[in-house]
Design a protein around this ligand. Sequence first.
Ligand code: TXA
Ligand code: MG
Length: 327
Amino acid sequence: MPLLNASDPADLRRARQHVVDGHLLAFPTETVYGLGARADDDAAVAAIFAAKGRPADHPLIVHVAGPDQAQHFAAEFSATARRLMQQCWPGPVSLVVRRASGAAQAAAGGLATIALRCPSHPVARELLAQAAALGVPGIAAPSANRFGRLSPTCAAHVRSEFDSSLWVLDGGACAEGIESAIVDCSGAQPALLRPGTLPRASLEAVLGLAVLAAAQTDSPRVPGALKAHYAPQAPLRLMSAALLDQALQVSGGGIPGLAVYSRSVSWRAAKRLARAMPDDPAQVARELFAVLREFDAGGAQLIWVEEPPADPAWDGVRDRLRRAAAA
Ligand code: TXA
Ligand code: MG
């Protein structure tokens, strides 16, 4: 079964009841689709790890209706965390804070900290508000894809990752397209663990900081921070515009199954997969995972992508592409 229609209130209530009853539900957020289970039920959360094939010590993000629900999971909120909650919620920013003892042990992968996010997608908000009204303080949800694969940005992507018994609440295509920014507010200094669509400078402005520290890279506890992640099936190579142009002229025509995603090099050889990369980073974020999935579905054997500009507005997209290239 169930592909449920989020714009039908009866379907939304069924979906909410399914998750309140302790079952898995894939649901839309403004970033990507999440694979959710009630965060206060360790057995329900264990089913997420099993379905994704994700190691049990890799923590999940807990989604909440607002700061009141977030309180349930946090031991305390630093001044940094409060500012971000006030100014960036609801929205695509997750906070890592110290975890309340005993709360959401499985979702947190046993860590002393927990990641919290209040999504802005109207369907996610309604789902979380209804669940909260029934005493469920949060829904733990990683991206609704198998471990290491591309995050899904529409219901059809989710369905292609899991068997048809999974309940999917269809709320259309995700507006942001890449996962939330994650800011670690649990230590002495805040750190950006994963760039999202909200520019680093905006986070710095909210925090009143000249520089928001970068993550210490490649912590195995942070799968979004693993070098190889967000990968299409075909190997992906990032290249400068000049190198891409040269490579296409030299050998592009002769490489079977070559796909190209580029801003400045146009390449429309017959029978090839090619997409023009938009100039707007927000637009690229929105379509990126769908484009890579489309290349896979089109039988791509090799994907060449033009390196995005160095401008910080491209941080989120660049991060995902570099990880995809490292897979
Ligand atoms: O936009 C998003 O954040 C999406 C949607 C569904 O909300 N979710 C998402 O979840 O991207 P996931 O599981 O694919 O990525 C969660 C990231 C991982 O890199 C995880 O390790 C990190 O959050 N994380 C969770 N708890 C953490 C913690 N206590 N400390 C550090 N990182 C944590
Ligand atoms: Mg993920």
